[in-house]
Design a binder for this molecule. Structure first.
Ligand code: ADP
Ligand code: MG
Length: 559
């Protein structure tokens, strides 16, 4: 039997592929700049082992040149260039990555800084260009070549004149359509902002000639245009810098520059991990919740970079919902650049990073709680509710992370306390962690149900947030102590009272109680004598798991 080869219509395949990989057309520039940066890296790596080569950083750069008149956009680099074979192999074959091959061949020489590996990034150029021309001269080669293509129909290669080693990519930008204004890819300022957004931390300078206007010499109201070459990218990202070189102000400026929020962060976390997965991260705990934080509009996530190149602005998979308030970014050289959102979710590396980050945030919050209580309370004021939602939404996995970060108002301390502090103070005969739910501290203070517990000298936690009681129900216990509402029927205190006495009184006043029950029919289940009241004549209590406060909330819920 002969095996048949699949045939695919390559033009359609190319279109399909490009459209499914990229959500935004503007990323074509990121792809071409990454390739240029890879090409320079390759010279750099070669120079490490080849004595005949020197690498003088100043002679390596990337330049972006738009020209509105010819409708072309050039991306020029001084990288390693391509031979005729490489042009055929790397640009003539979709999903063939010369960079991946380079990395595999050069494993021992630490080729891992190179970004490319999927062999599809280059084709992103066809999202914005009708014709793509590549003029290139390889290192150590005498000849230069021109590769040209109008998409997957095919390509031509011919010899061409080029003095210096490197590559020039020329895009013939598409005409505007109703849906898309391709003109913007010829606009200096638009290009500048795309470079800033995606390629700010590329290690080599990305240059552009920028035209600005300035007052004419000797004149106050006349202006003239002038053009100067500018380096657009900042090259060294703050997270790659040594922590010791940076001040608190540097982090605050970065927070503001990145528009993470208008507040000042309560805390920054800067980590560099060099384990199974290498990454740098800068994380911020904001002071104030953004106005839409507790709404559906809020989108959590961290910026995700692959080796200095932005892949995703909000990578939600890096943060659990309960830490959704954390801002910042992760940069890992172990992530691949061209991966789409869907593929990223299954990325093993990403999962490891997310897990580490989660642990880190937890331990930083714990140390804040321990070392700067005032700041922590400030934080808890903004995001405590989120932590409680976290406990409520999935007790099994989140409990350990979150229970020690919770604070509740204490009847005894008259301030917020942790569960740990509560349990540490419990007298030996106290069986439960008592709590009382209500709208406010003042209201709970006046609740008759709190009297017996307070009289006994036991501390009561005040639950003033609707979510509190639901969250605690999920926890069930803390350090093996059960939670008990002060309005529950059995407080675990009455046991020491004389049961016979109670029974006697109940029979003595039998008629009174059944009369009361009749009047309150449908409103209460029973009317009983109570030992828990001190200064109030009457109080309500519940038998089951659901307390009065929870009933109130449940009855307000739709459905
Ligand atoms: P990837 O970057 O994932 O390898 P691309 O489609 O972006 O895939 O690029 C394909 C290949 O073409 C690269 O691996 C590289 O070998 C080659 N290439 C692309 N652009 C350049 C360039 N500017 N200089 C040298 N080689 C390049
Ligand atoms: Mg690439």
């Amino acid at each position: 039997m002969t095996k048949m080869q699949f045939k695919a219509e390559s033009k359609r395949l190319l279109e399909m592929m490009i459209n499914s990989i990229y959500t935004h057309h503007e990323v074509f520039l990121r792809e071409l700049i990454s390739n240029a940066s890879d090409a320079i890296d390759k010279i750099y790596y070669k120079a490490l082992t080849d004595d005949s080569l020197t690498f003088n950083k100043d002679s390596y750069y990337i330049k972006v040149v738009p020209d509105k008149e010819t409708r072309t956009l050039k991306i020029i680099d001084t990288g390693i260039g391509m031979t005729k074979e490489e042009l055929e192999n790397n640009l003539g074959t979709i999903a063939k990555s010369g960079s991946l091959a380079f990395k595999t061949e050069n494993e021992a020489k630490d080729g891992y800084d190179i970004i490319g590996q999927f062999g599809v990034g280059f084709y992103a150029a066809f999202m914005v260009a009708d014709v793509v021309t590549v003029i290139t001269k390889a290192l150590g080669s005498e000849e230069a070549y021109k590769w040209e293509s109008e998409g997957a129909d095919g390509y031509t290669i011919e010899p061409v004149e080029k003095d210096s080693v490197g590559t020039e990519i020329i895009l013939k930008i598409k005409e505007n359509t109703e849906d898309e204004k391709y003109d913007e890819y010829l606009d200096e300022y638009r290009l500048k902002s795309i470079i800033k957004k995606y390629s700010d931390f590329i290690r080599y300078p990305i240059k552009m000639d920028i035209t600005s206007s300035r007052p004419k010499e000797g004149s106050d109201n006349e202006f003239e245009d002038y053009t100067e070459e500018q380096v657009i990218n900042s090259m060294v990202p703050i997270w790659r810098k040594n922590k010791n070189e940076l001040t608190g102000e540097d982090y605050e400026n970065f927070y503001a520059e990145k528009r993470y929020g208008f507040d000042k962060p309560i805390k920054h976390i800067h980590t560099s991990v060099d384990g199974a997965v290498r990454y740098n991260a800068i994380l911020f705990i904001p002071e104030k919740a953004p106005f839409d934080y507790y709404s559906k509009e809020f989108e959590k996530g961290l910026e995700l970079y692959s080796n200095g190149v932005l892949i995703m602005e909000k990578c939600a998979d890096l943060l659990p919902d309960y830490f959704g308030f954390v801002k910042g970014l992760v940069d890992s050289e172990d992530l691949s650049l061209n991966i789409s959102r869907e593929m990223l979710q299954h990325d093993r590396q990403l999962k490891i990073i997310a897990k580490n980050i989660n642990k880190k945030i937890k331990s930083e919050l714990q140390s804040l709680l321990k070392n700067d209580r005032e700041k922590y309370e400030n934080f808890f004021d903004s995001f405590g509710r989120q932590l409680k939602y976290g406990v409520y939404s999935d007790f099994g996995t989140h409990k350990d992370v979150l229970q020690d970060l919770l604070l509740f108002y204490s009847s005894k301390e008259k301030k917020l306390v942790t569960l740990d502090e509560y349990v540490a103070r419990m007298p030996e005969d106290q069986k439960y962690i008592y709590y009382a739910s209500g709208d406010s501290v003042e209201r709970i203070d006046k609740m008759p149900q709190t009297e017996l517990v307070a009289e006994k000298g036991y501390e009561i936690l005040y639950f003033t947030d609707e979510i509190d009681e639901f969250a605690i129900k999920m926890l069930m216990t803390y350090k093996e102590k059960e939670f008990k509402s002060v309005s529950s029927g059995d407080l675990g205190i009455e046991a020491e009272e004389n049961q016979e006495d109670k029974a006697a009184e109940q029979t003595e006043n039998k008629e009174l109680f059944s009369y009361m029950k009749e009047i309150l029919a449908g409103k209460v289940k029973d009317v009983r004598i109570s030992k828990r009241l001190k200064s109030h004549p009457v109080c309500l209590s519940t038998d089951g798991e659901v307390t009065i406060e929870m009933e109130k909330i449940l009855s307000m819920m739709p459905g």
